[in-house]
Design a protein. Structure first.
Length: 159
């Protein structure tokens, strides 16, 4: 019953396309991927599917700031932000809701960071990070936050 195994061959993940299954050097399942820039690299299955690795590193170099790199790839800006908040939450900082303990759920909820200077902010500082209380806000102003607070719908329905 090999057909039940996840086959990502030919599937796109941001700039990467999975070419063939292989093994990561640490033994995990992984995929040989080609980046849109033409470079090939091996990415373990879970970060690939979660959107944690999205290019060979060229996307990160283009967006300038992110510095964290992993075997053969680069963490996305969203992943770096998420890790930072998760770490702070574990050390007494604002909490992340249960669903956001998982990066793929977090990314699906907040979407890609719109600009490199956007920050993940809480609308109400009395509550932790959650889909109804956090989102990307451009760096410049607190007024934007106040406006978002007013405009924000009373409740958000999640499927
Ligand atoms: Zn590339």
């Amino acid at each position: 019953m090999t057909r039940n195994r996840l086959d990502l061959t030919g599937q796109p993940f941001f700039r990467l396309v999975a070419l063939a299954e292989t093994r990561h050097q640490d033994g995990r399942r992984a995929w040989r991927c080609r980046c849109t820039c033409g470079r090939e690299l091996v990415v373990a299955t879970s970060p690939l599917r979660a959107g944690a690795v999205r290019s060979c590193g060229c996307a990160t170099r283009e967006s300038a700031r992110a510095k964290m790199t992993t075997h053969g790839g680069s963490y996305s800006a969203e992943y770096v932000v998420w890790r930072g908040h998760l770490n702070r939450a574990r050390h007494g900082g604002p909490s992340l809701c249960k669903a956001w303990q998982r990066f793929d759920v977090f990314l699906r909820d907040v979407g890609p960071r719109p600009t490199p200077s956007s920050r993940l902010r809480r609308y109400s500082l009395k509550r932790g990070f959650s889909p109804s209380n956090a989102g990307w806000i451009p760096k410049q102003s607190n007024r934007v936050i106040a406006r978002v607070e007013r405009v924000r719908p009373r409740r958000e329905v999640r499927a």
